[in-house]
Design a protein around this ligand. Structure first.
Ligand SMILES: [Zn+2]
Length: 255
């Protein structure tokens, strides 16, 4: 198998990183070291998520105040246009915020032991989406001054943005603390350094840098199991961790 041309990039999500480029037998390696513990990185992502969610809810409130004629900002815009702009800005802020929230949950997951906390933490983006759109949609639908046509336009836009925000905020692959710790232990059993690898198009992480799955990959990313989880890869390649083959059906890595 040809490995010489492969580039290995160390995963990093921290802005305060050291970049150290070196060459080894496997080609060009870009080493980017993390600074900051996973919990700290998760906390900063959660703070950004909450701020963006608040920005989204701010636009909802501005829209409601305009609907109720409390504020007269941008009088040149019709109520309908103003409300649609508010809904779209609300949607953008909520969707981006939820992506930060989901990444934080993959770096620092909730424990399965507390089922309520686990559910709330993993579904908070969806809950926020409902809070950020449902009240304004209901107020538009029940408004007595707005004509039927404009009500329909604004409420349809609101429902569409709510659905897009809700679906993109939902974590289709929620991670628990126990799942992350089990995954880290499984990797440690094979590689005492706990390092895993994946290609930009990988669906799973690999413990072996020379896994046959990388035969067509030019760049390999190196990081911790948490980094792989953060990148959305929560399952190991079974060729790299053969012990798992006893418990699971063999699956080909999709590349
Ligand atoms: Zn593999």
């Amino acid at each position: 198998m040809e490995k010489k041309e492969k580039k290995i990039v160390k995963a990093s999500t921290n802005k305060k990183s050291n970049v150290d480029v070196g060459i080894d037998s496997h080609g060009k390696i870009v080493k980017i070291e993390h600074k900051g513990e996973p919990k700290e990185r998760a906390t900063s992502k959660r703070i950004i998520a909450v701020c963006l969610w608040l920005v989204g809810i701010f636009f909802e409130v501005v829209g409601i105040l305009r609907l109720k004629n409390v504020i007269g900002w941008l009088p040149s815009l019709s109520d309908t246009t103003f409300l649609i702009i508010c809904l779209i800005l609300d949607g953008i802020a909520v969707i981006i915020g939820s992506q930060f929230w989901k990444k934080a949950n993959h770096i620092d997951p909730a424990s399965e032991k507390n089922a309520l906390k686990f559910w709330v933490q993993n579904n908070l983006g969806v809950i926020i989406s409902v809070i950020a759109f449902l009240p304004i949609i209901i107020l538009v639908l029940t408004d007595k001054e707005m004509d039927k046509k404009n009500k329909t336009i604004v409420s349809v836009v609101g429902i569409i943005v709510l659905l897009i925000a809700g679906v993109s905020s939902y974590d289709f692959n929620p991670v628990s603390e126990e799942q992350l710790l089990r995954a880290e232990q499984e990797v440690l059993n094979v590689n005492p350094e706990g390092t895993v690898y994946w290609a930009p198009n990988s669906k799973k992480y690999h413990v072996k840098q020379d896994c046959p799955s990388f035969s067509r990959s030019e760049t390999i990313i190196e990081g911790s199991v948490r980094d792989a989880f953060e990148a959305g890869l929560t399952d190991p390649c079974r060729r790299c961790i053969p012990e798992l083959e006893e418990d699971h059906n063999h699956e080909e890595e999709a590349e």
